[in-house]
Write a protein that binds this ligand. Structure first.
Ligand SMILES: C[S@@+](CC[C@H](N)C(=O)[O-])C[C@H]1O[C@@H](n2cnc3c(N)ncnc32)[C@H](O)[C@@H]1O
Length: 412
């Protein structure tokens, strides 16, 4: 069939740029389809077709791998390929601009569909791709992501952090019961810390203190309701340092006699931790951090100080992990990203879980938000046995045993 040239400007432009029929049999097919439909439509219909055809539709006819989707299901080409387990196409699409985090009308990502259909290799590849991409992202300077499909959680948190520290925080029970006692940011109506999080704090404290003798040295960043600090007190710590920054929280600490008796700092971390020398703040057997409003980049800044805050190989670190928790898939991806970032600073992580019934969870004072129906993950980190680490320029630390060809220096 001859190419449908001369009738459609898109066809003309495609036709001029495609190789001749003898070299490429897909050329004619694409060109003729373009006489009655759009490149995006061809992409969606041939998402599981040959790569040679996808190349024409995407690279030449400029179909949009990110935006093109089925109007009924909201599936992008990546969704179709992942659901059918066509791994080669999935790889090609991700290499050419598909977003791993793109969602269909029901909120499913391509990886969710691959998992649902039991395509293990394909879902493993999608998982690893997302982990690698998100892992590398945080070693690069922050740039505003074009949209949420690029990255589900990396946002500029400066306005939230500034807003939080300027706003009034109240200790209150919205339902007038002890079970919903909470620390609420009155500026946004958001719960900063809620009583329903107690089981998570209790389990974290248990895991952190398990097997340790009485009288350990503990550092906690972020007092909130003081729930975890109450459990820490059961160890009769010889030093219990709390870093808290919000003035209303510090007032609450005074009223509840938490402030003043023990060794406390009231500046914002991680600035505080980086400012004071290790000798001044000391080393700890247990370090916990759970701040509010700050994004993951602030956590990463804090990671680098952790090894020098720990008393030795038996010391433990934990923190609240809510990164990407709105979806189990994204939560799992970020758990792996976190493990790798911590490994890069010399910490190994063991993960535990704590289930909290979704119906008791609330986040906003005013709006209903669905509770998380999968368990919370609790990281317990320890200093890793020393391995050779390398610095990758513009990327960060890689803990490979083999020196990277990109490395400028290596340390042990
Ligand atoms: C979620 S609450 C902590 C809850 C605590 N784990 C508990 O068991 O009750 C977060 C706390 O971190 C404090 N915070 C937020 N950013 C901080 C920072 N950069 N430095 C110190 N404290 C901070 C907040 O004011 C708040 O009191």
């Amino acid at each position: 069939m001859p190419a449908a040239t001369g009738t459609n400007p898109i066809v003309d432009s495609v036709d001029r740029r495609l190789p001749s029929f003898d070299e490429d049999p897909d050329r004619d097919l694409v060109a003729s389809m373009l006489s009655y439909t759009t490149p995006d439509c061809i992409l969606i219909n041939f998402a599981c077709g040959p790569i040679s055809l996808l190349e024409k539709v995407v690279c030449v006819a400029k179909a949009d791998l990110r935006e093109a989707c089925c109007p009924f299901s909201g599936y992008t080409a990546l969704h179709f390929a992942a659901e059918m387990g066509v791994e080669e196409n999935v790889r090609w699409m991700l290499d050419h601009g598909s977003a791993w985090n793109g969602r269909d009308r029901l909120g499913n990502r391509a990886i969710d569909l691959a998992r649902k259909e039991g395509h293990q290799e394909c879902s493993k590849f999608l998982f690893e791709y997302a982990v690698e991409k998100e892992y590398a992202r945080y070693y690069l300077p922050y740039t505003t992501p074009p949209d949420e499909w690029d990255n589900p959680v990396d946002k500029d948190r400066t306005p939230q952090v500034e807003g939080y520290f300027k706003s009034v925080v109240m200790y209150t029970s919205p339902q007038q019961t002890a079970h919903d006692f909470a620390m609420v940011d009155m500026g946004t109506g958001t719960g900063v810390m809620m009583e329903w999080e107690r089981p998570l704090m209790k389990e974290t404290a248990r895991l952190l203190l398990e097997g340790l003798p009485k009288g350990v040295r503990i550092l906690n960043v972020g007092f909130g309701l003081g729930i975890i600090d109450t459990y820490f007190q059961e160890n009769c710590p010889s030093n219990h340092t709390i870093i808290e920054a919000h003035p209303n929280c510090i007032d609450f600490m005074r009223k509840t006699r938490w402030f003043g008796e023990r060794n406390r700092h009231t500046e914002r971390s991680p600035q505080l931790v980086s400012k004071v020398s290790r000798e001044e703040i000391g080393r700890f057997d247990v370090v916990y951090f759970d701040t509010f409003a700050e994004g993951y980049r602030a956590y990463m800044e804090f990671y680098q100080y952790l090894p020098s805050l720990l008393s030795g190989p038996n010391a433990r670190v934990s923190f609240f992990h809510g990164l990407g928790a709105h979806s189990l898939t994204v939560y799992e991806i970020y758990s792996e990203v976190i493990s790798r970032h911590l490994y890069d600073v010399g910490l190994n992580v063991d993960w535990s879980e704590c289930h909290i019934p979704p119906e008791v969870q609330w986040i906003s004072y005013s709006e209903g938000v669905d509770g998380q129906n999968h368990p919370y993950k609790i990281p317990i980190c320890r200093l890793a046995p020393t391995v050779r680490r390398t610095v990758v320029p513009d990327c960060g630390w890689r803990g490979d045993f083999e020196a990277s060809p990109l490395s400028t220096k290596s340390v042990t």
